[in-house]
Ligand binder design. Structure first.
Ligand SMILES: [Fe+2]
Length: 339
């Protein structure tokens, strides 16, 4: 049995969950249309150059912020909630103590906000409070698209999963699943602070690069409705992968690309994980493994295309595996020519 990285069960401060993202976008009106009409996010506020949105179950002011850019669209910040402002004070003291640069910044609609980067170079944002409003999850007559409920998790590609993960495990993140090549090389890790399998997921590829974020939806018919609307509004080709079920058995899913190529997953409520004896599940990576239990694996774009993380320096892993893509899967299934 391999030795996966270990969780620090007495972390220096209390991170509670993956909570919010800041992206840049080239056409704010088009992106707003995608996220409101297809995903069903609700606009909290907007200016000429920024749109703040949230899911229908969220009381927070924003789980997704889009800022207008004329340059390459990027992910500016990957946000996590801490429980209280005291945790931000503890976080600053912790990062000072271990020699990691961090600084408090002013962010609209948010309380005290601490910026720091993880070991891999992912630009993070820690916050305890935002402005709040009432939930609208029961106001079904106002819902659009998938009526996305809430931000759930992120996936980031990194060249060394174990090194990148240790930053989070030291801060109390637990492991739901991990995958190894050979005896002990960890190439994928699912880590969480809330009660489901994922707040932050790392996969081994060149990085750090932002792969996708996931919004939870209530039921499968919300996904179907989102795809129907996407087709009607000219976003049909934005569907990249799915529907499928993750190999870990946690959730149904689809992946879409927004107008700038930022990848968003819609998923149904995932397995609950809380108990101390609910220990990490280990998976052995084998050649030709298919992560979709329903057959069709992701296309090459899913493995290769990502959102740049602002300011991050990209490095490659020592060994890069070749993914089992949809293109390979279909090629192998081509009918043999008749004699
Ligand atoms: Fe995901």
């Amino acid at each position: 049995m391999s030795q996966h990285p270990k969780t620090n069960y007495e972390p220096p401060f209390n991170i509670t969950r993956a909570s919010h993202l800041v992206f840049t976008a080239r056409d704010l009106a088009l992106s707003k249309k995608f996220y409101t009409e297809v995903l069903g996010l609700v606009v909290s506020d907007e200016t000429e150059d920024t749109v703040w949105m949230h899911g229908v179950e969220e009381r927070c002011h924003h789980s997704l912020t889009l800022k207008k850019t004329r340059g390459e669209p990027v992910c500016e910040r990957v946000g996590f909630r801490v429980f209280s402002d005291k945790d931000l004070t503890r976080a600053k003291a912790h990062f000072d103590r271990v020699g990691v640069e961090s600084r408090f910044v002013e962010v609209p609609y948010q309380g005290r906000t601490l910026h720091v980067s993880d070991t891999a170079g992912t630009p993070l944002e820690l916050v305890a409070t935002q402005q709040t409003h009432n939930r609208t999850q029961t106001l079904t007559h106002t819902h659009k698209g998938a009526a996305a409920l809430r931000m759930d998790h992120y996936q980031v590609l990194v060249p060394d999963v174990s090194v990148a993960a240790q930053f989070y495990l030291d801060l109390g993140f637990r492991i739901s699943d991990y995958a190894v090549v050979g005896d002990d090389k960890v190439v994928a890790i699912f880590m969480y602070r809330k009660d489901n399998p994922h707040d932050m997921v790392f996969l081994q590829r060149s990085g750090p690069r932002f792969h996708h974020f996931g919004y939870m939806v209530q039921e499968m018919h919300h996904v179907v409705r989102a795809l129907d609307i996407a087709g009607n509004l000219g976003f049909g080709a934005n569907m990249e992968h799915g529907p499928g079920r993750h190999g870990g058995g946690h959730s149904y899913y689809i992946y879409m690309r927004d107008p700038d190529g930022h990848r968003v997953e819609l998923l149904l409520p995932a397995t609950q994980i809380i108990d101390i004896d609910d220990e990490p599940m280990r998976y052995q990576v084998k050649p030709g493994i298919n992560t979709n239990l329903w057959g069709l694996p992701p296309p090459r774009s899913w493995f290769e295309e990502t959102t740049p993380l602002a300011g991050a320096k990209i490095t490659s892993p020592a060994v890069q595996g070749e993914p089992f893509s949809l293109e390979k899967y279909l090629f192998a299934r081509q009918p043999q020519a008749a004699e």
